[in-house]
Design a protein around this ligand. Structure first.
Ligand code: TRP
Length: 460
């Protein structure tokens, strides 16, 4: 039995696919995670590392995943069996790891996405209409994320919103919404960055992003940059395999992949140009910002904008949208697997996965102050942060390694290139996926093991 999605469940046009795939890629990873990782790792030098990882690992693995998906027409697990030269089941667990990672990411991601709902509600009721100091904004953030009822309820609400779209299938809901909302999002982001860049003192923020200080980099920065590149592009866990399966045969994967990578990286850099000038204008050391940096920084500049309240609403509402197109894609990875390999109905797969992810989201939600930094004492990081590193960085790196090895050494780069149908510099891509990606990702994983073994602590 073939589990090809019925033909109506393909993306209707190339633009529709690009925007949906870009919608999957562009999300909280760009606007929430990228700025705070950059801040934690000292600024410009990290940005350069990140861009290097996007080029050397991200784009090659993106093309690999899209070709696996479209060539097989299957979900993240079934695809590995379908393309294996011996039809061996041995590689299926690579997809299985991806499905597990997808659920883990969805669980902590929906907590942060819940914060965007809380902020949108407050923007609507005028909380940011008067000027706010950085300290006041920080206190507000702490009170929102530290509230057990609100944070759990909002994470649940966000999962519910996600489930409602994924129930409806691919083309109708996901594609149509992404086409309108992603461009709108980009416009608001650029206006806010323009405002941030014209604040007095903003130049320091730009310098922070452009003048690298390589002495600040450590092995852990390399791990974080690679993990962030994979996370931001939705790679290493079968996300792009799943979407690739819904892409029509005549589309060129190179064009689709390059557009997604360009859009995603552009949004991350623009988010940096929005957050860091704001922080420096406020006289705040970005290193002290922590994971809340974007939520704390941005509300302080809305009131200085013409129609500031409307801008505040637009910013957070569009952040909701950016997160939503990502959670939809995350849920679809798991749902496509349960339907394709387990024979579940879409309905059952959607609600079953949503329920599990909700339960898994609760400790992340409570770890932000409600239950005195849950996990921090025993594990060094609170539960949400720990999920973000273990699944959002380490598991994706392992997944990318295995995907590169599968395409490079098992399925074969020749077949993948045929599927891509005319990739410029195909030989360079093949060499990268066979040699560079495996060595670089394995290097990071070995680094983690060596640090753990020699210092008795994990490198975070
Ligand atoms: N790329 C998303 C972001 O930057 C997060 C993400 C990671 C994701 N893996 C994914 C989204 C898989 C969809 C599918 O916010």
């Amino acid at each position: 039995m073939s589990d090809l999605p019925p033909s109506k469940d393909k993306f209707g046009s190339r633009l529709g696919f690009i925007l949906a795939a870009a919608g999957s890629a562009v999300g909280l990873g760009n606007i929430w995670r990228f700025p705070y990782m950059t801040a934690e790792n000292g600024g410009a030098a990290f940005v350069l590392l990140y861009l290097g990882c996007v080029l050397l690992i991200g784009i090659p693995v993106l093309l690999a995943e899209l070709s696996i998906g479209r060539a097989s027409g299957k979900n993240a697990v079934g695809a590995f069996e379908a393309l294996d030269p011996d039809r061996s089941k041995r590689w299926r667990w690579v997809g299985g790891l991806g499905v597990l990672t997808g659920m883990a990411i969805l669980s902590f991601y929906s907590v942060v996405a819940g914060w965007t709902l809380s902020y949108t509600a407050r923007a609507l009721t005028g909380t940011f209409a008067h000027s706010m100091t950085h300290a006041e904004s920080g206190a507000l953030f702490e009170s929102i994320i530290g509230s057990p009822v609100e944070s759990v309820a909002m994470a649940g609400a966000f999962l519910l919103l996600t489930a409602l779209v994924v129930r409806g299938g691919v083309s109708g809901g996901i594609e149509r919404a992404s086409k309108v909302l992603m461009p709108a999002f980009f416009v608001v982001l650029i206006v806010l960055a323009a405002r941030a860049l014209t604040l007095p003192g903003a130049g320091e923020g730009v310098r922070f992003l452009l003048e690298p200080d390589f002495s600040k980099l450590t092995g852990t920065s390399v791990m974080s940059a690679m993990g962030q590149a994979l996370f931001s592009l939705s790679l290493g866990m079968g996300g792009m395999i799943t979407y690739g399966a819904y892409l029509q045969k005549h589309e060129r994967l190179g064009v689709a992949g390059a557009s997604v990578a360009l859009f995603d990286t552009g949004v991350a850099l623009t988010a940096g140009l929005m957050v860091f000038p704001t922080l420096f204008a406020l006289g705040v050391d970005p290193g002290t910002g922590g994971p809340g940096v974007v939520f704390v920084a941005m509300p302080t500049i809305f009131d200085a904008l013409p129609a500031g309240q409307a801008f505040g609403v637009a910013f957070f509402a569009l952040l909701v949208v950016a997160a939503w197109t990502s959670t939809i894609a995350l849920l679809e990875v798991v749902v496509a697997y349960l339907m394709g390999e387990r024979g579940w109905t879409r309905e059952k797969a959607v609600w079953g996965t949503t329920a599990v992810c909700f339960v898994w989201a609760v400790p992340s939600a409570l770890s932000q102050g409600a239950v005195d930094a849950l996990g921090k004492e025993a594990l060094g990081r609170d539960f949400l942060d720990l999920m973000s590193i273990v699944f959002g960085t380490v598991a994706l790196t392992l997944g990318a390694l295995l995907i590169a090895v599968f395409v490079g050494w098992r399925w074969g780069t020749r077949k993948a290139l045929e599927e891509m149908n005319g990739l410029p510099f195909g030989a360079v891509w093949a060499l990268t996926i066979r040699v560079v990606c495996p060595l670089a990702t394995a290097g990071v994983l070995i680094y983690i093991v060596v640090v753990a073994a020699t210092s008795g602590a994990l490198p975070w």
